[in-house]
Design a protein around this ligand. Structure first.
Ligand code: COD
Ligand code: ATP
Length: 198
């Protein structure tokens, strides 16, 4: 039986950094951010619906969707974020489920399913356990500002568009703090794999 480990957390809490560790252990990852990006590529299922709703001003010169610009729009307008979610989420969820089914059929032992909005979209019921990567609000702001070159205000807007990390921690099966170095995180994840026994 495949064990599906849901992986979630807040924006910039360290999910992708955790994925890098799991990849090094040859554990397959289903990456929903990547899937969301793929479905909005030119000619893919989400592209036209997004352009129809948001208009051609969100396009780059080569007709690809400018995600930075789109992010700037939706994270400052709840109605537009809701609309983007309505377009993208069914497509993303369908692809995640298909990938899960393929791994199940291949009798893969452990698969990590990285879904930033896992609890918000009720995905925990499809997972055998959920790991939340947690950090303090202060560190989250700091890492997000540094990675995305955001002002503090821009970082807070993104964070506040998500379920509070403290709420996610309450709902988690496992919580791993990413408050130290990346080596510390890897050690904690390694201990977790021992615990899960895979
Ligand atoms: C708004 C978009 C274009 C911004 O793209 P960008 O490349 O700048 O960011 P990226 O996709 O890498 O997301 C970074 C992080 O933002 C957060 N985030 C992304 N989408 C959302 C959302 N709809 N609501 C709240 N937080 C979100 C997540 O923590 C995610 O890990 C993009 O995030 C998007 O299309 N979002 C809608 C689809 C979605 O919900 N994706 C999340 C996985 S299902
Ligand atoms: N332990 C750590 N020490 C220092 N920097 C870290 C640590 N863990 C992650 N980072 C950095 O913090 C930033 C956010 O981490 P990461 O991209 O893994 O978060 P994420 O949860 O995947 O973000 P998103 O929700 O946007 O997908 C990155 O720049 C990453 O390199």
């Amino acid at each position: 039986m495949t064990y599906f480990l849901g992986l979630t957390g807040g924006i910039a809490s360290g999910k992708s950094t955790a994925d890098e560790f799991f990849e090094k252990q040859n554990i397959p990852i289903i990456d929903s951010d990547l899937i969301a990006h793929q479905i909005m590529e030119v000619g893919q299922k989400g592209y036209q619906a997004i352009v129809n709703y948001f208009g051609s001003n969100i396009l780059n010169d080569d007709q690809t969707i400018n995600r930075h610009k789109l992010g700037g729009i939706v994270f400052n307008d709840k109605t537009k974020l809701k609309k983007l979610n309505e377009i993208t989420h069914p497509l993303v969820h369908q692809e995640i489920k298909q990938q899960m089914e393929r791994y199940r059929l291949n009798q893969e032992k452990l698969v990590v399913v990285d879904v930033p909005l896992l609890f918000e979209s009720g995905f925990e019921s499809l997972c055998d356990g959920v790991l939340v990567i947690s950090i303090s609000p202060k560190l989250q702001v700091k890492r997000l500002m540094k990675r995305n070159n955001f002002t503090k205000e821009e970082a807070l807007v993104r964070i506040n568009n998500q379920m509070p990390l403290s709420e996610k921690e309450k709902r988690a099966t496992y919580v791993v703090a990413n408050t130290g170095t990346i080596d510390d995180l890897e050690k904690r994840l390694s201990d977790l794999l021992q615990k899960i026994g895979r």
